[in-house]
Design a protein around this ligand. Structure first.
Ligand SMILES: Nc1ncnc2c1ncn2[C@@H]1O[C@H](COP(=O)(O)OP(=O)(O)OP(=O)(O)O)[C@@H](O)[C@H]1O
Ligand SMILES: CC(C)(CO)[C@@H](O)C(=O)[O-]
Ligand code: BAL
Length: 277
């Protein structure tokens, strides 16, 4: 695996590699969730590129940015083992030689849920992902469904900017106790880590009982179940049309539905989601 710290050097290298190019953008502190994306990319593409860049423009909370886990050396070893061909670890100056002032409008997609609770977050994600797509002119880009709303926003970015590439959504990888793997899990105290599996447990229970009660009743029960643990506090739990992200007030047989949640666990904010059948 070859490691690039400069965007231009990677772009030049990629011109010398015909065949399909797959790209996995990450913010590092890699775990098996990220590696599942890299492995799927390896199976489907001739060339596999992974970026590690903690993008400052998508953090609305300066403490979150400061505390975000950074483990580049260990990350590169994992990527080598997973069969990546190229890793990009650029500096902030290299990605943003000038301040990025672009303002995107994704309609409802970036206004609800994470968009409402992390102002500016998806604008920052769109800024960095579009920069990365300009550097790595890939055929397929891989994103995890843990960040369900992010995929909807990035699909819309690709549509608006006409990028000739396919977005591949990959399933959520969970720990054995059900907690969705996330780089931020490393920041949980042992007590909060022990409490956190309740999030997925409550989501699963909600889905199992969904059709036997109203949408509002199901939402109320999930929130109450999690909030009953003093270490966890639900920020939002929304049931949405999985395509449009519009909130719904009755169960549907005509479009896919998704339950999306954010929970504060001490100083750490966790997100998760589940398909509703
Ligand atoms: N548990 C997971 N299963 C599948 N994909 C995942 C998982 N965790 C992260 N990803 C995906 O990996 C890519 C990079 O994510 P990122 O580097 O932000 O890691 P993260 O674990 O989501 O970190 P955090 O949520 O703490 O920011 C994203 O597309 C994300 O959706
Ligand atoms: C897509 C991404 C790499 C952009 O910084 C980030 O939001 C992430 O890791 O999900
Ligand atoms: N995986 C989403 C990146 C973020 O939380 O900023």
């Amino acid at each position: 695996m070859k490691v690039f710290t400069r965007n231009a050097a990677l772009s030049d290298e990629l011109k010398r590699h015909p065949g399909t190019c797959g790209f996995v953008p990450t913010m590092g502190a890699l775990h098996n969730g990220h590696l599942s994306l890299v492995e799927q990319c390896r199976r489907e593409c001739d060339t596999v590129v992974v970026s590690i860049f903690v993008n400052p423009t998508q953090f609305n909370d300066p403490n979150d940015l400061k505390n975000y886990p950074r483990t580049v050396e260990a990350d590169l070893a994992l990527l080598e083992k997973a069969g990546a061909d190229f890793a990009l670890t650029p500096s902030v100056e290299d990605i943003y030689p000038e301040k990025d002032t672009r303002v995107f409008d994704f309609g409802l997609l970036d206004k609800v849920m994470e968009g409402a609770h992390r102002p500016g977050h998806f604008n920052g994600v769109a800024q960095v992902v579009s920069r990365l797509f300009d550097i790595v002119r890939c055929d397929k880009a891989y994103f995890g469904e843990k960040d369900f709303q992010q995929i909807a926003v990035i699909r819309e970015l690709v549509r608006q900017c006409d990028y000739p590439l396919q977005i591949v959504a990959c399933p959520i990888v969970r720990d054995t106790d059900g907690l969705a793997l996330s780089s931020r899990n490393a920041l949980l105290t042992p007590a909060h880590r022990a409490a956190a599996p309740l999030i997925y447990k409550a989501l699963k229970e909600g889905v199992e009982s969904a059709r036997s009660m109203s949408v509002d009743e199901m939402k109320r029960r999930v929130v109450e179940r999690i909030d009953a643990d003093p270490l966890l506090q639900v920020e939002y739990f929304e049931v949405v049309n999985a395509d449009t992200l519009e909130g719904i007030d009755r169960w549907s047989d005509t479009f896919p539905m998704r339950g999306c949640i954010a929970v504060q666990a001490g100083n750490v904010r966790l997100i998760d989601n589940i398909a509703i059948l």
